[in-house]
Design a protein around this ligand. Structure first.
Ligand code: FEO
Ligand code: CA
Ligand code: CA
Ligand code: CA
Length: 623
């Protein structure tokens, strides 16, 4: 345990030790309930979960998806209109799937793959909307509610903003370029000031491939490859993974982006342009069509986080592009925020900026506006739609700073300072370090922080929108290499690969870790144990390990109830460290949460205190 005398009045719990056990550990005085695991029925006919992977694709579309990630709790209101802390909608992303555990005997690895198997994978992606309630006994349960909903990689969506109707958005499914199908690889998320959910499309490029003889540089810049993608969802002739006759709606064929497809109705060369966006979902309207908001740019969106809005000022939000040497972006709405009519239109008209971190601790936001900063037709940007569809190319052009994999951001609720995790980058060489990404290589990651010259500019044209001052809040690592606010780390808070990041209403900064399955608990990463969640007081630099998860997972997704007394935390892909051979022999690295011999399942943790206090805060319970 940590020394009793703590400089922080915000943090009031004992550090949890690192652990490699297949279990969840939390501080003394805390309780954990496992909630809404993969496969839990939530809507439609509420089909029972089959522990052996035997549910059909259509059953999966009415159950919790796999790989729980970013989430938000939308509280219900009491009779006087105040937010409740015992009921609401829990909305969460399902980033991707674990082939081994999704199917009875793992995936069919020979072509053609059974269509229902591929469709089940698509239906295990996306978003879940769950009505939830705390009972008299303190346990949280799902409520059968018409708002419960699954959104998948097949759900019809609308496209809005400057890229709507663009020639590069036209597909066989939507010749007008105004609609798209599905969302996938939804990593982190955002919440609008008007109470809608934003889901963010991260590593969508892995699902596509193309076979053109000539390279398509814009696809290459987004790492869309010439090989079939990670799950082999194609049905196009010659790359046949699902028989064409089993794919009448081209649900699978669209993932082959080859130019000049064999038939006009399967010309999906622009399909990759319909992913990489931020998608707005109204969780209260189960019949609403999700909206891809193109003004926010197209890249590997990790998440989006807003400055708290102020009446009459533009809305300001940040989003990271999580790949090595990619960028951090900011969006500023053209129209001012007004509570009375705030809505998605504020996300359709504005300026996207990209960050340049200068060596002197200053930074600049560079506008990605067509006709400015060299973003002209001569340089390959025909119009604003193309600037946004090819946001990475535009950002390259204006000279943004290449970062060590920007993941989540968080805005301090009072100071408005912005924190961003840079999870790691082992590709950066010693000579490639810069002041904002000083380690080459950077195996453990760091957290950067900035203060805007004007967190809320007077208008979108306010020159103060472009300047900021930055520093590095924390270097992840062990006792020798890690530090927070300049203080060395210790046994109670060493960590690696910061990813999830969230401020609670009191200003506690929650940090979640994602050391990848390839290196977790090995070599220099062995010290950190299984992936964990920590809590920081940014004012004092106090940092404590709050939770350690089971084997082979990452901790990702965190949100509290309005009273701060219940915390929801997601555990993603336990047992991902299981090899195909071990799977076939029934030897899984994790059996969490159901125990041996069952398959591991992603799930949500509901964390409360035995004394009913605020999570993370208060007086530490007596030992
Ligand atoms: Fe899906 Fe960047 O984590
Ligand atoms: Ca992440
Ligand atoms: Ca990550
Ligand atoms: Ca993951």
């Amino acid at each position: 345990a940590r020394p009793a005398a703590s400089p922080s009045t915000l943090l009031g719990f004992e550090c949890v030790p690192t652990s490699a056990a297949d279990a969840v550990s939390v501080p003394p005085g805390y309780r954990v309930q496992v909630f809404l695991p993969w496969g839990e029925p939530i809507c439609g006919t509420y089909p029972d979960f089959d522990r052996h992977g035997g549910n059909s694709a259509s059953e999966q579309a009415e159950q919790m998806g796999m790989h729980h990630d970013g989430m938000h709790f939308f509280p219900a209101e009491d009779a006087t209109g105040r937010p409740r802390s015992d009921a609401g909608l829990l909305v969460m992303n399902h980033e991707y799937v674990d082939w081994l555990f999704l199917h009875p005997r793992g995936p069919t690895l020979t072509a053609p793959r059974p269509a229902d198997e591929v469709l089940k994978e698509m239906n295990a992606h996306g978003v879940s909307v769950c009505s939830v309630r705390r009972g008299e006994d303190g346990e949280w349960t799902l409520v059968r509610d018409v708002r419960n909903r699954r959104i998948t990689a097949c759900t019809p969506m609308t496209v809005t903003g400057p890229a709507r109707g663009h020639r590069l958005m036209r597909t066989a499914y939507s010749p007008e370029g105004t609609r798209a199908r599905g969302t996938m690889n939804n990593c982190s998320h955002g919440v609008t000031p008007w109470g809608t959910y934003l889901t963010c499309e991260e590593n969508w490029n892995h699902y596509f491939g193309y076979r053109d003889a000539a390279a398509r540089p814009a696809l290459d810049r987004y790492s869309v490859s010439h090989a079939p993608g990670r799950f082999g969802w194609y049905s196009t002739r010659g790359w046949e993974t699902v028989p064409s006759e089993a794919d009448p709606d081209a649900l699978f064929a669209r993932f082959d982006a080859t130019a000049q497809g064999p038939r006009a109705e399967t010309d999906y060369r622009n399909e990759p342009h319909t992913f990489g966006w931020i998608v707005e979902i109204d969780p209260n309207d189960p019949h609403s069509t999700p909206v891809k908001r193109t003004a926010l740019g197209r890249f590997a969106h990790e998440g989006i986080v807003f400055q708290p809005p102020v009446e009459g000022r533009p809305l300001v939000a940040y989003s990271g592009d999580d790949a090595t040497f990619e960028y951090i972006y900011k969006y500023v709405s053209r129209h001012p925020y007004r509570a009375v009519d705030a809505g998605g239109h504020l996300l359709d008209d504005g300026t996207l900026y990209v960050a340049r971190f200068e060596p002197d601790g200053r930074g600049r936001w560079l506008a990605l506006r067509h006709g400015e900063n060299g973003l002209t037709a001569e340089n390959g940007f025909a119009d604003q739609g193309e600037v946004l569809i090819h946001a990475r190319l535009a950002a390259d052009h204006v000279g943004a700073t290449a970062m060590d994999r920007p993941e989540w951001g968080a805005v301090h609720p009072q100071s408005r300072e912005v924190y961003f995790t840079l999870t790691n980058n082992t590709s950066r060489t010693a000579g490639q370090g810069d002041p904002a990404n000083p380690r080459g290589p950077n195996p453990f990651g760091h957290i950067v922080r900035w203060r805007e010259d004007a967190a809320l500019p007077a208008s979108a044209d306010d020159p103060a929108v472009e300047g900021f001052a930055w520093d590095i809040f924390a270097f992840a690592g062990d006792e020798r290499s890690g530090s927070v606010a300049g203080k060395p780390l210790d046994a109670g808070n060493i960590f690696a690969a910061p990813d999830g990041l969230w401020f609670d209403g009191d200003g506690r900064l929650w940090i979640q870790c994602d050391v990848s399955a390839e290196v977790v608990n090995q070599g220099p990463h062995a010290r950190f144990g299984n992936n964990q969640m920590l809590c920081a007081d940014p004012a004092t630099g106090d940092l404590r390990r709050f939770l350690v998860g089971p084997v082979g997972q990452e901790i990702t997704g965190v949100v509290g109830t309005p009273d701060g007394r219940t915390l929801f935390v997601n555990v993603q892909h336990p047992g991902e460290t299981t090899s195909l051979d071990a799977f076939r022999q029934g030897r899984y690295t994790s059996h969490w949460p159901d125990g041996a011999p069952h398959r591991p399942r992603s799930a949500c943790l509901v964390i409360t205190r035995e004394d009913g206090g605020v999570i993370g805060g208060g007086t530490p319970p007596d030992p």
